[in-house]
Design a protein around this ligand. Structure first.
Ligand code: HEM
Length: 260
């Protein structure tokens, strides 16, 4: 009897989804990539040096992988968490001690977040050391800086969500620093002259009030779960698209020509 899977690959259903024949030719392999919605983000051909870990350290890819892990575990965490000052802390405790694999889920999210901050910095260091910020890639460096800031903001907003002492005081200190910014912070230089007070400055906007309370928790939660991941995802795809448009991942500086 013929293998049912081989039969299925010859069926009209299979052919309506995968629009190519099954012959293992070079052209077909390229079409498999360009004809797939996910794989076509990747170029069909790349320079050999671009896949050498020795050159890229794979750090951009690892950073993206961590973002995906954070996204998936974050969605699961949302099932167990209420952004309420009365309940948030106890929800996290319940998650850790009552929910099956809850402690694992929480730690996977938390450690991936710490790791992402570290890997994004190592990625930036690699790009700097290999001179990959130079033309024509200078604008992608700028996009990268935005991604670095978004990663730090994601980390910072996530810090408050367990509503524990660590997060509470971290946000208190962070937003007090913002209050000392020139023009936009009520304690900063020139703010008095332009009518900035404790009730209309940047800290008030960040906290939704003048102290760290329920509104601050809700703001941190919404930015952490919706606003920042969405903006980061858009910038990441733009970043990846630019890598391709700037001529693919840079290569080692062969023979000291400066061309890579
Ligand atoms: C969420 C953060 C980020 C992600 C997911 C990310 C992802 C990537 C990936 C997958 C690549 C392909 C090459 C590689 O893996 O090394 C890349 C290249 C690049 N990234 Fe990032 N990146 C991020 C942040 C940054 C930062 C902070 C900078 C610098 C400020 C930066 C600048 C660049 C540049 C210039 C390239 C091109 C490098 C080359 O052609 O060799 N990226 N990025």
């Amino acid at each position: 009897m013929k293998n049912p899977f081989t039969q299925f690959r010859k069926s009209i259903v299979w052919k309506s989804i995968f629009r190519r024949d099954n012959k293992d030719t070079q052209r077909n392999r390229a079409r498999a990539i360009s004809g797939n919605v996910f794989l076509h983000f990747h170029p069909v051909k790349i320079r050999e040096s671009a896949i050498k870990y020795k050159f890229t350290w794979g750090m951009g890819g690892i950073t993206f992988l961590l973002f995906i892990i954070l996204f998936v575990t974050g969605v699961f965490l949302m099932f167990y968490y209420t952004p309420s000052a009365d309940q948030a802390y106890w929800d996290v405790k319940d998650l850790e001690y009552q929910v099956p694999f809850g402690m694992f889920l929480r730690n996977l999210h938390r450690w991936s977040a710490h790791l992402m901050v570290i890997t994004v910095m190592i990625h930036m260091f690699r790009v700097f050391m290999t001179g990959s910020y130079k033309p024509p890639r200078q604008f992608n460096w700028v996009i990268g800086v935005v991604l670095l800031l978004l990663t730090l903001l994601l980390s910072f907003t996530g810090y408050l969500t367990p509503w524990d002492q660590l997060g509470f005081w971290a946000i208190t200190v962070g937003t007090n620093m913002a209050a000392a910014a020139p023009f936009i912070g009520f304690e900063g230089p020139f703010s008095e002259q332009i009518g900035i007070t404790v009730y209309n400055d940047i800290r008030f906007a960040l906290l939704g009030g003048s102290t760290v309370g329920q509104s601050a928790l809700l703001r941190a939660y919404v930015w952490h779960c919706i606003g920042l991941p969405l903006i980061a995802l858009i910038f990441m795809f733009y970043h990846f698209w630019r890598v391709r448009k700037d001529g693919g991942i840079s290569g080692p500086n062969i023979n000291n020509t400066g061309i890579n």
